[in-house]
Design a protein around this ligand. Sequence first.
Ligand code: APR
Length: 242
Amino acid sequence: MVNVEEIGPVEIGEEDRLFVLTGAGVSAESGLPTFRDNGGLWNGYLVEDVATPEAWHEDAEQVWRFYAMRRRDALSARPNAAHTALARLEQRLGDRFYLCTQNVDDLHERAGSKRVVHMHGELFRSRCERACGRGDFFDEGIYTAAAEIPRCTCGGRIRPHIVWFGETPLFMDEIYAEIERCTMLLVAGSSGAVYPAAGFVQWARRRGLRTFYVGPELPLNASQFTERVMANAGEALPRLFP
Ligand code: APR
């Protein structure tokens, strides 16, 4: 384990490819709450009880209000030094850099990241619950109006483009292919509680790669990391990747 004062830049060779996984901790310094640090509660409800297909089925208005609140929070947040460091790293490494995030906010993009793989979906995208094929909805208006769930032209309700508990994460084939060809893996700000993301580091370890964790506390899968930097991402990432 290393403290932030001891951190020097990570050497990245010409042949190296870096796979990065970010979690809620990376947006914490932008003021967005993580899931498990605050007990995972929202209005007295467990996040696991609001972010599920069952919750949508039973009380869609409540689910819609939950995401309306999270959209408002995200809209007023600003990217922090961790997002900026990762955007700079992408510029430096080009396609030898792969950024996969569990976060549904758009702070990586707003910091300048060009290619962000949102494996748990995106707050600012919505789609018809019936998968009728009309495609994505990008209408700003529906994000801020908390009260009513908009309808698709087919009559179906518009649901958030979010991977709920019990649903399959997105882009998994592409993500595993990238883990297979990377030479280093970095995880920042994720508690290691939710699979499949929590298992990515294990894949990299099986191949004998260097694996870095950045965050103020040890994650549940801490033993899989060869290097653990106990610090906030906004402080540590600019030092690791200046
Ligand atoms: N910098 C880095 N890490 C931080 C910071 C910080 N400034 N502040 C907190 N953390 C760490 C916490 O110590 C914790 O380990 O971020 C982690 C956040 O963990 P979770 O809240 O569990 O978030 P995450 O791992 O991203 O959750 C995974 O669970 O609820 C679902 O779909 C949701 O994508 C989410 C998934």
